[in-house]
Unconditional design. Structure first.
Length: 291
């Protein structure tokens, strides 16, 4: 047992593995050693890779693997990539760009099971999600036979330590902190990085870490400081088939208003309840994927 005057929780977050994605059969890219092992496997030649989850990471990995000469199938619960972050008008363009590259995108499907076959390949069973407007019985779907499956299904924060510390906590978004000081709800305990959230939004970007650390250091030492001012970094989809840039705190639902909308470009603002712009989205399509 170690006593302390001040405690900083920097415990990070770890990948979510739904029950249908057994950890011993599925890769993830949030661990440097496992990522290296996957790279070694993929270096042996062209292979078929299924990626479960079409968020920022899954969509970027899909393009990287395609460029490396692999066959790629991208599977998501939603009808289009990035659907948990951006409005349908935007995600429809992203889906079009992803498909134009030759990526097999399966939107509106859920992986139900993954099994290892005798030839070491993986059988991925998946099913269409029920539609509220469709009462017909879905036809059986032929399973995918692939060489590898990568999980890109988001991150979660382990609740054991936050529960023991008695801090306010949400398993999806992380440890709740006061923005100016990064203090938790428990005196003398701070949180930093992937494990914390501000105003219900997880802080899972590298760019703000230095400012967070400086604020905590000053506060722990009792030095005067201006307080941490959380500025969400620009979100940029690193995909050559389409340029997607977002500033602010985007969310799929809300009052998104189009500023520019044509075949080459889509610019939208998210207007909050105070009639202020809380996020701005800019999408540009290169000539090869324009409608």
């Amino acid at each position: 047992t170690i006593g302390y005057d001040k405690l900083v929780l920097a415990m990070g977050a770890h990948p979510i593995f739904p029950k249908s994605l057994p950890e011993d059969l599925v890769w993830h890219v949030n661990h440097i050693e496992r990522f290296g092992q996957l790279q070694e496997k993929l270096a042996t030649g062209s292979q078929h890779v299924a990626i479960v989850g079409a968020g920022m990471v899954g969509t970027e990995i899909a393009e990287d693997l395609l460029k490396a000469g692999h066959q790629v199938t991208l599977i998501d619960l939603n009808d289009a990539p990035l659907s948990q972050m951006l409005p349908p008008k935007a995600t429809a363009r992203i889906a079009q760009a992803v498909k134009s590259q030759g990526i097999n995108f399966l939107g509106g499907y859920q992986v139900s099971a993954i099994t290892r076959l005798s030839d070491r390949k993986l059988e991925v069973s998946y099913e269409a999600l029920p539609s509220a407007t469709d009462s017909t019985t879905a036809e059986p779907i032929e399973p995918l036979i692939v060489d590898h499956v990568i999980a890109s299904t988001g991150l979660t924060v382990d609740d054991n330590l936050p529960a023991a510390a008695g801090v306010d906590f949400d398993r999806r978004t992380g440890i709740v902190v006061d923005a100016p000081t990064l203090r938790t709800s428990t005196p003398n305990i701070y949180a930093i990085g992937d494990c914390m959230s501000i105003d219900g939004v997880p802080c899972r970007y590298v760019a703000p870490l230095r400012a967070q650390a400086a604020t905590i250091a000053d506060d722990v030492l009792g030095l005067e400081h201006n307080g941490y001012e959380h500025k969400p970094p620009m979100i940029r989809l690193k995909n050559k088939a389409i340029s997607v840039m977002v500033t602010g705190v985007p969310k799929a639902t809300g009052n998104w208003q189009s500023k520019t909308e044509n075949d080459e470009e889509l610019v939208m603002d998210l207007i909050n309840d105070s009639d202020e712009v809380s996020a701005t989205l800019t999408i540009k399509l290169p000539p090869t994927v324009k409608a």
